[in-house]
Design a protein around this ligand. Structure first.
Ligand code: ZN
Length: 402
């Protein structure tokens, strides 16, 4: 009778191996059969037969040898997920910048540009500028809009999943209610995905950065405001409406400063770039910038060092609240203030150690984002890859990032 059980068990194992292989290619990009066999701990013969099944199902493709340098004279053979040919684009719009990247279908960056923008930049003008930059980057690659497969865009602020509109409380108040994804979709005629910047940072770190291999992780973007992207069980957690992770508006001090959201004493009034500058401008001048603060702190200016430590402790209190609830493996500190480096991270760690329950604080790692100021645009590219793949599966009707 056991001969009836064995094939069923073997078939389940094979199914799981197929899923693991697809997941591997999705997270690590194209791989040789030997690399796949090693990563899945199966024999080369099993890996080859899994690949053959997935090729027959149209889910993976054997790549042309030109994509990788030949080894010892023999062309390298790699296997990749089947995606539409063409380019992916990622766009990251912030309070004072727009970054655009064009990648190949494996999310390798081919061209990228960062443009500085004035505070309060006009939403229509910035959208037009993004399209111009995208056109220039594509032209530089000898391509055009017709070669684009999909685009992902990130904005700082809560995004309502159902409408794709940026919500109240955003860093870009001028963009509230603006359907930038719809405009780009109409202009480009390709699937467009949109998400908030902290979620994109988390996605990029999980796929290409310091959270690779983690199932539970938090990405904290310390910028003008304070946002969190959360990876739970290997999936980005966006919440019911898309507003999950608005850590900056956690009430901390009922008698504290009035926040830009209208509440009083929100965490980001003491834990953000805005908070650093508010602390130092009365003594160091009204035109003090974050770059000045980072330079002065590196030169040993005690006021700047103190401001960074104080804000680090504030960030740590917010991290502790989230970590106690989510029990992550790693917390990554990203955004422009992360450039302050170890003094900031040490203050965050100290605060986490003091305020987290010991079973969490003894294990959780607090580290700096590995992708720096490119995390968000690389996350936007990952979203573009996801919408391209979803569009391929359901005939192009879907456009959201889920
Ligand atoms: Zn607030």
């Amino acid at each position: 009778m056991s001969d009836l059980v064995a094939p069923r068990g073997a078939s389940r194992l094979r199914e799981r191996n197929r899923e693991d292989l697809l997941h591997l290619l999705r997270t690590r990009g194209p791989l040789s059969r030997a690399e796949m066999a090693r990563a899945l701990a199966v024999s080369p013969t099993t890996a080859s037969s899994l690949v053959a099944e997935l090729v027959a199902a149209g889910l993976v493709t054997e790549a042309d040898s030109a994509d990788r340098p030949p080894r010892r004279g023999r062309p390298a053979q790699v296997v990749r997920l089947t995606t539409a040919p063409g380019y992916l684009a990622g766009v990251d719009v912030g309070r004072t910048h727009a970054r655009v990247a064009v990648t190949d279908r494996d999310q390798q960056v081919l061209a990228e540009r960062n443009v500085h923008l004035p505070v309060g930049h006009d939403r229509e003008a910035t959208t037009a500028l993004v399209l111009d930059v995208l056109d220039e980057l594509l032209t530089g690659l000898g391509a055009g809009r017709g070669d684009l497969t999909a685009l992902g865009i990130g904005l700082p602020g809560p995004l309502e999943s159902a409408t794709e509109l940026i919500g109240v409380g955003a860093i870009l108040p001028e963009w509230v209610g603006f359907d930038v994804a719809g405009v780009l979709r109409a202009e480009l005629g390709v699937p467009v995905g949109i998400d908030n910047d902290a979620n994109l940072g988390m996605l990029a770190e999980a796929r290409h950065g310091a959270a690779r291999g983690a199932s539970h992780a938090i990405y904290i973007k310390v910028s003008t405001g304070l946002g969190a992207g959360m990876l739970l069980g290997g999936e980005l957690h966006r919440g019911a409406g898309g507003s999950a992770g608005e850590l900056g508006h956690t009430p901390l001090d009922l008698d504290g400063m009035v926040c830009r959201c209208g509440s009083r004493g929100c965490l980001e009034t003491v834990a953000s770039v805005r908070a650093v500058l508010a602390m130092l401008r009365p003594t160091l001048g009204a035109d003090l910038t974050l770059e000045d603060v980072l330079r002065l702190a590196a030169d040993g200016n005690r006021a700047c060092e103190r401001a960074i430590e104080d804000v680090g402790r504030g960030i740590g209190r917010g991290v502790a609240v989230l970590a106690n609830i989510l029990d992550p493996e790693v917390v990554l500190i990203g955004g422009p203030l992360a450039a302050a480096g170890e003094p900031l991270l040490d203050a965050v760690r100290e605060s986490v150690r003091r305020t987290c329950i010991p079973s969490v604080s003894s294990r959780v790692r607090v580290e700096r984002s590995a992708l720096g100021d490119r995390a968000e645009v690389l996350g936007a590219v990952a979203v573009a890859a996801d919408v391209a793949s979803t569009a391929g599966l359901d005939g192009g009707a879907r456009s959201t990032t889920r």
